[in-house]
Design a protein around this ligand. Structure first.
Ligand SMILES: [Fe+2]
Length: 291
């Protein structure tokens, strides 16, 4: 019998984004995506909005030094630690100020650091907002995506070592698993909390916020317009995940997605395969084929 990974359920809780000017990047995200900002230090900022939070700090512009996945309790955290140690994977100290110190941080073959932990208590709070604005629009931080020049190695790590559940693949030849170009992974019933695209280099691809309905996408697009931020891709509907979406770019060229209607897939459902073509990436129009 195959032992199911204890990394279920886990939800993307936060990311850290790096910038040569963290204050300016924090100001952008606060305005564009409805965050309240608290200074952790002179250079590191904590951004909070309804269902979403980020850490922004100094570093290589466009860098994303860790992804924080929230677990449900101490027992699951202990099981995740034991499972990962049992796979012979090195556990690093957690860099996240938003999780308790005993969070488990593991680095994938491309160097991305995933932190599995429990929310730290005692973080700053803000008064509730009742005046309609970006701060009252729903947008739950939901998934992070990277590009890699070694997809087989990344798939082996996420599937076989961490035990994420594959939801969909895109393949050059749908009958040949050796030609896979994209892999979508879930860590709870939402179609993907992490995905990896084959590309010419290792880099950030995008991160996404899930909203409640199509009208929220309209409201977010109108909000972007009011802030003179152009939609970069979409609106459209992805094939894998079946989600409605649009994307914008942040000042470092990092794509950020607003998504709705992301497919729900119970754990027992097996992964499906889509042809790698524009229509799979956007059922409505032009696709973003990664180079
Ligand atoms: Fe996405």
């Amino acid at each position: 019998m195959t032992m199911l990974s204890p990394i279920w359920p886990a939800q993307l809780d936060h990311l850290r984004l790096d910038s040569s000017d963290p204050a300016a990047l924090a100001k952008f995200y606060a305005a564009a995506f409805g965050f309240r900002t608290t200074d952790f230090s002179a250079e590191e900022f904590y951004l909070q909005g309804p269902g979403r939070r980020l850490v922004i700090g100094p570093g290589e512009p466009g860098g994303r030094p860790y992804h924080g996945f929230r677990l449900t309790g101490r027992q699951q955290l202990d099981e995740v630690r034991a499972y990962i140690q049992g796979k012979g994977i090195n556990i690093e100290p957690s860099p996240s100020p938003l999780f308790d110190d005993d969070a488990v941080a593991v680095r994938d073959p491309d160097g991305w650091l995933n932190v599995f932990g429990l929310p730290r208590a005692g973080l700053p709070s803000h008064p509730a907002v009742n005046t309609p604005s970006a701060l009252t629009l729903p947008a739950r931080l939901q998934h992070a995506v990277v590009a890699t020049d070694n997809l087989p190695r990344m798939m082996a790590f996420y599937e076989d070592a961490l035990g994420f559940t594959p939801s969909d693949y895109c393949s050059a030849d749908i009958d040949d698993p050796a030609t896979r170009k994209v892999a979508f992974y879930r860590s709870d019933p939402e179609h993907h909390s992490f995905a990896v695209f084959s590309g010419s280099e290792t880099r950030c691809d995008h991160h996404a916020y899930e909203v409640e309905c199509w009208n929220d996408i309209r409201d977010w697009a109108d909000h972007m317009s009011a802030n003179n931020i152009k939609l970069w891709w979409g609106p459209g509907r992805h094939g894998p995940g079946n989600n409605l979406f649009f994307m914008i770019q942040d000042p470092h060229g990092h794509q950020v997605e607003i998504s709705a209607e992301l497919e729900i897939m119970p754990r027992e459902m097996t992964a499906r395969v889509w042809p790698l073509e524009e229509r799979s990436l956007n059922l409505w129009g032009p696709g973003w084929i990664r180079d």
